[in-house]
Design a protein around this ligand. Structure first.
Ligand code: KG4
Ligand code: ZN
Length: 334
């Protein structure tokens, strides 16, 4: 069977990304133009600035991705693009580019859910086995998703307030660390001891939902009180204690769901999958309990277009095709 070549486009937040992937598995190219420096001085992503940067980068990144893959646009079988969720203005740039390519060259168009993309980053590493369980942790998402077959997603739990990455970024900001703060907290945490008893939010006993805003408040209170007492804030200890609390809840709930649904595999996805504390705790626990675990390499954990092409391939196989009416859907459900 001839291989299917998919061009993926991702612009849901602050990365302009285009990739060429074969059969949803083999990366031919994976270009990410990050806007990190543009947003850094604002301490977060400014939506309007993101949209403009996507416009500036889009065609350049498309050309680079095709060139690196050694493919022409005529050799592309389908265009897969993130249709949501994300920043609406940012998403629209990717969707418009995808529609333009599709229309101009007569190539089928496939809209992809951003989280499906994060999950399918795992299939770029290893073949999925069902049922499997995905822990999706990013700046905008914290979800436990059960998959019984390709392209089928059952959300068992999600955050009721802040996403895990969002909590990291907010705590980092309180510790006066640069944006995005997740990696900085992670680094500090490895240098300190988790001595501060921050709360763990387990919610109802049978719930797979998460809540991180209480933990975030507890950290802010701790910092405030320490300053009021005129004592020194030990950033490494705060970071280690905060991280232990987040990782404990994430890993415990994931393992409980894995057991309840008898899954064959556990997948980690999203930008927070880069976290050393989470990676090592989840690896150790999965090994102890006998669950095979897939963790994509860093470059596939953070936003990229190879994962969108990989998820797009599954939709292609299912026969999903979108028309020129495809839009951007900022609050799209999985
Ligand atoms: O998936 P992603 O690139 O973008 C979204 O779709 O949100 O995730 C970005 C998030 C940010 O909140 C960032 O602080 C967090 O992932 N992050 C980390 C680490 N690396 C990135 N959080 C904790 N530890 C890390 N090492
Ligand atoms: Zn993402």
């Amino acid at each position: 069977k001839p291989s299917i070549c998919i061009l993926g486009i991702e612009t849901s937040c602050d990365e302009t990304a285009v990739a060429v992937v074969e059969d949803g598995k083999t990366i031919l190219s994976n270009i990410v133009a990050t806007q990190m420096d543009v947003h850094k001085r604002f301490g977060g992503v400014v939506p309007e600035v993101a949209s403009r940067a996507h416009v500036e980068q889009m065609t350049i990144v498309i050309e680079e991705a095709l060139q690196q893959a050694n493919r022409t646009i005529e050799q592309v079988d389908a265009i897969a693009v993130t249709k949501g969720p994300g920043l609406v203005g940012a998403l629209l740039i990717g969707v418009a580019a995808a529609k333009a390519l599709s229309f101009a060259h007569g190539i089928p168009l496939i809209g992809v859910h951003h989280i499906a993309g994060h999950i399918y980053a795992n299939r770029l590493v290893e073949e999925l086995e069902f049922p499997c369980l995905a822990l999706v942790v990013s700046g905008g998402h914290t979800e436990i998703i059960l998959m019984k077959e390709h392209g089928s997603y059952e959300t068992l739990g999600e955050t009721r307030d802040d996403a895990a990455g969002e909590a990291y970024d907010k705590v980092a900001r309180a510790l006066e660390l640069p944006y995005p703060g997740g990696p900085h907290i992670d680094k500090l945490a490895q240098q300190g001891k988790a001595t501060i008893p921050f709360p763990r939010s387990w919610l109802e006993p049978d719930s797979y939902d998460f809540s991180f805003s209480g933990l975030k408040s507890a950290v802010l209170n701790h910092l405030h009180n320490t300053r009021q007492r005129g004592e020194q804030i030990i950033k490494e200890e705060v970071a280690a204690s905060f991280q232990e609390s987040v990782v404990d809840v994430l890993v415990t709930k994931t393992m409980k769901a894995a057991q309840q649904y008898g899954v064959k595999q556990i997948l980690l996805a999203g930008g927070v999958a880069a976290n050393q504390g989470l990676r090592s705790q989840l690896s150790t626990t999965c090994q102890q309990q006998g669950y095979p675990l897939i963790i994509p390499p860093m470059s596939l954990c953070t936003d990229n277009a190879a994962m969108i092409a990989a998820a797009g391939y599954i939709e292609w196989e299912k026969g999903t095709r979108d028309q020129m009416g495809l839009n951007a859907y900022p609050g799209l459900d999985l």
